[in-house]
Design a protein around this ligand. Structure first.
Ligand SMILES: *[C@@H]1O[C@H](CO)[C@@H](O)[C@H](O)[C@H]1NC(C)=O
Ligand SMILES: *[C@@H]1O[C@H](CO)[C@@H](O)[C@H](O)[C@H]1NC(C)=O
Length: 239
């Protein structure tokens, strides 16, 4: 093989892998459908994605940028007021005053999380609902593809039963946010949290399928095959 044809071969195989990766990426973009079924308005937050006001019954459909969004978070902000430039404040879940979220919100808020392992051997999506950042709005997170319609719900009345010391207007703090210690934040030399701890039990009893603390049981995470589409419902039916 002379040098020229070797070079051509080298570049064409680079091009081949480049095109292949583009193709894989476009195949694996996930669509998200966020629907507000609450009687009140929420300002949906998605990182990546931004944010959008959703009145009762409204939906926001977007897809992830597969070259960038291997992980993401979705939550609801309540009682927001923004000016024309998209600056303002929300009662909870606030994104540093911005209408379009680029980083995490101000606690407490119920959190839907996902992590896609697109180019790994198993090609799996992992997703969960967490109350490790507290709770504000009941949520459902589910796959909506024909081969994966697994569903997680967190619909218990956590705000209603929230212990006084964790209360926040429109929400309920996780004890880690309030007490900031190893016991509630699962920190320390050998990080662990005690599942029988009363606050964790409180969250687990009302939302059994959600992560109630950082190192909660892995059974709280569901998997779907790469390429699955997802739906998030704020205030879903409780059954
Ligand atoms: C999003 O979900 C809502 C509620 O289930 C549904 O009515 C709507 O058709 C969905 N939108 C899209 C574009 O799939
Ligand atoms: C919306 O909430 C009502 C009850 O408030 C419930 O009957 C309905 O099933 C919910 N819709 C969805 C899409 O969860």
């Amino acid at each position: 093989m002379n040098l020229i044809s070797f070079k051509n071969l080298y570049f064409s195989s680079l091009l081949y892998y480049y095109l292949l990766s583009l193709q894989l990426a476009s195949v694996h973009a996930a669509n998200f459908n966020l629907t507000n079924n609450c009687s009140y308005t929420v300002w949906a937050a998605a990182v990546p994605g931004g944010g959008r006001e959703l009145k009762h019954g409204q939906e926001w459909v977007f897809n992830t940028d597969p070259n960038f969004a291997d992980r993401g978070q979705i939550w609801a902000r309540t009682n927001c007021k923004f000016d024309k430039n998209g600056n303002g404040k929300c009662e909870n879940g606030d994104c540093n005053g911005a209408e379009l979220c680029v980083s995490e919100g101000t606690r407490p808020y119920t959190l839907a999380e996902y992590s896609f392992e697109r180019n790994q051997i198993n090609n799996l999506d992992f997703f969960d609902i967490s109350v490790a950042s507290g709770f504000n709005v009941p949520m459902e997170f589910r796959g909506t593809s024909s081969d994966c319609s697994k569903v997680i719900k967190c619909v218990g009345d956590i705000n209603g039963f929230c212990p006084t010391e964790l209360r926040h207007s429109g929400g309920c703090y996780h004890p880690c946010t309030i007490f900031k210690n190893n016991q509630f934040c699962c920190l320390g030399v050998i990080p662990r949290c005690d599942p029988s701890e009363a606050y964790f039990k409180f969250f687990k009893d009302l939302c059994p399928n959600a992560y109630s603390y950082t190192l909660d049981d892995v059974t709280s995470t569901l998997t779907c095959p790469t390429g699955t589409d997802y739906k998030v419902v704020f205030c879903p039916s409780s059954t």
